[in-house]
Design a protein around this ligand. Structure first.
Ligand SMILES: NC(=O)c1ccc[n+]([C@@H]2O[C@H](COP(=O)([O-])OP(=O)(O)OC[C@H]3O[C@@H](n4cnc5c(N)ncnc54)[C@H](OP(=O)(O)O)[C@@H]3O)[C@@H](O)[C@H]2O)c1
Length: 315
C-alpha cells in the first residue's frame, strides 16, 4: 500500500513509518523540511516537501494513487508557553494542514483518491469529564484544547463527502523512548525530586507507542472503523499512581509533591497539561477486538525508559 503521511517526521510518524516499512508498505512523508525529516526517518521512506499554507500544486500529486493518508501535523502543545500567539500557532498548525489535505484530495479524480484518511486528534477533548471513563460517545469538554480537537476533527471529516473513510485518533500521552512529554515527567524523578503533581487525584491516560502504531494500522486496514478512535491503554491511572509507577521503574523516591499553585504559577493556562484530568477508555478499539501489546503502565514505562537508556549510552 502507498501511505502518505503529513507530519510523519515526528515521534508517532517515525514509529509508524518503521512499522510500514517492515510490513513492506510504501510510505511517503510530507515534510516542511525534507532534509531534516529524511535524517530522522528509516530507510525505505520517501520524503517530499510540502507547504500546507502555500500552493498545493507542488505536493498534491503525491496523494494521487495513494491508498491511505495519515495526518499527524501539528506544533507540540508541551514545549513553549501558551501565549496568545502560541495558541494561534497550535490551532493553525493543525487546521491548515488538515484543510489543505482535504482540498487537495478534492482536486483528485475520484478513481485516484485514497480510500482512507486517518487524522490526529487528542484525548484533551474529554478533559475534566472523569466521573466515569470517557468513551468515544462521551461529550466534549469546553477548554482551549478540547475546542481545538473538535475543530481539527471537523476539518478532517470534510473528506467523508469525497468518499473517504475518516478515522480521528484521539491520542493520549504516547509512552515511547525519548518522547519529550515523558522526558519532562521523568526529569524530577531523575533529580530525586519526583512525586505527585497537585492533589494527584487527577486522571492520566496514556498509550504505549507500540499500541499507538498498532491502532493507527488497525484504523488504516479495518473497514468497520470510522469516526473517533480513542488511542489510549485500558489502564487510566490517578496521577499519584503514575508518580508511584515512575518512582518504582526508575528506582527513585516518589513522595515529593509539587503543589498545584506552583505549577499554575510557572505554566499559567498550560498547567492544564499536568493538572487536568483525562480518564479515557478505548471502547471502540476493544469492541473491534484490538489486543493491546502493553496494556499496563509499569510495563510500558519500563520498556520506554530502558530503550532511552540504551540509546543514550556511548557506542
Ligand atoms: N505524542 C503524543 O503524546 C500525542 C498525544 C496526543 C495527540 N498527539 C498528536 O498526534 C500528532 C502526532 O504526534 P507526534 O508526537 O508525532 O508529534 P510531533 O513529534 O510533534 O510531530 C508532529 C509533526 O508535525 C509537523 N509540524 C509541526 N509543526 C507544524 C506546522 N506548523 N505546520 C505543519 N506541520 C507541522 C512536523 O513535521 P515537519 O517538521 O517534518 O513538517 C512534526 O514532525 C500531533 O498532531 C499531536 O498533536 C500526540
Amino acid at each position: 500500500m502507498k501511505v502518505v503521511l503529513a507530519g510523519g517526521s515526528g515521534l508517532l510518524g517515525r514509529h509508524l513509518v518503521t512499522a510500514l516499512v517492515a510490513e513492506r508498505h510504501f510510505p511517503v512523508v510530507l515534510s516542511r523540511d525534507p532534509a531534516c525529516a529524511a535524517r530522522r526517518l528509516p530507510r525505505g521512506a520517501l520524503v517530499r516537501r510540502w507547504d500546507p499554507g502555500g500552493d498545493p500544486i507542488a505536493w498534491a500529486g503525491e496523494l494521487g494513487g495513494a491508498d491511505v493518508v495519515v495526518n499527524l501535523a501539528g506544533e507540540s502543545v508541551g514545549t513553549w508557553p501558551w501565549t496568545e500567539r502560541r495558541k494561534r500557532l497550535l490551532r493553525e498548525s493543525r487546521l491548515r494542514p488538515t484543510s489543505a489535505l482535504v482540498a487537495a484530495l478534492g482536486e483528485l479524480a475520484p478513481d485516484r483518491r485514497p480510500r482512507v484518511l486517518v487524522s490526529a486528534s487528542g484525548t484533551d477533548l474529554y478533559e475534566g469529564r472523569d466521573d466515569e471513563p470517557a468513551t468515544e460517545e462521551s461529550p466534549a469538554a469546553d477548554t482551549f484544547l478540547a475546542r481545538l480537537c473538535q475543530e481539527w476533527e471537523a476539518a478532517a471529516l470534510q473528506a467523508e463527502p469525497l468518499g473517504l473513510r475518516v478515522v480521528t485518533l484521539r491520542t493520549s500521552l504516547v509512552v515511547a523512548p525519548g518522547a519529550p512529554a515523558l522526558e519532562r515527567l521523568v526529569l524530577p524523578f531523575r533529580l530525586f525530586l519526583g512525586g505527585p503533581i497537585g492533589s494527584g487525584e487527577q486522571w492520566f491516560s496514556w498509550v504505549d507507542v507500540e499500541d499507538a502504531v498498532g491502532l493507527v494500522l488497525r484504523a488504516m486496514h479495518d473497514p468497520g472503523l470510522s469516526g473517533p478512535l480513542n488511542v489510549a491503554a485500558p489502564d487510566p491511572r490517578r496521577q499519584r499512581d503514575v508518580a508511584r509507577a515512575l518512582g518504582a521503574v526508575l528506582g527513585r523516591p516518589s513522595r515529593i509533591r509539587t503543589p498545584a499553585w506552583l505549577v499554575r504559577l510557572v505554566l499559567a493556562e498550560q498547567a492544564t497539561l499536568l493538572l487536568g484530568s483525562r480518564r479515557v477508555w478505548p471502547d471502540t478499539a476493544l469492541r473491534a477486538g484490538y489486543r493491546f501489546r502493553r496494556p499496563r503502565l509499569e510495563d510500558s514505562l519500563a520498556a520506554a525508559l530502558a530503550a532511552s537508556r540504551l540509546s543514550s549510552q556511548p557506542a
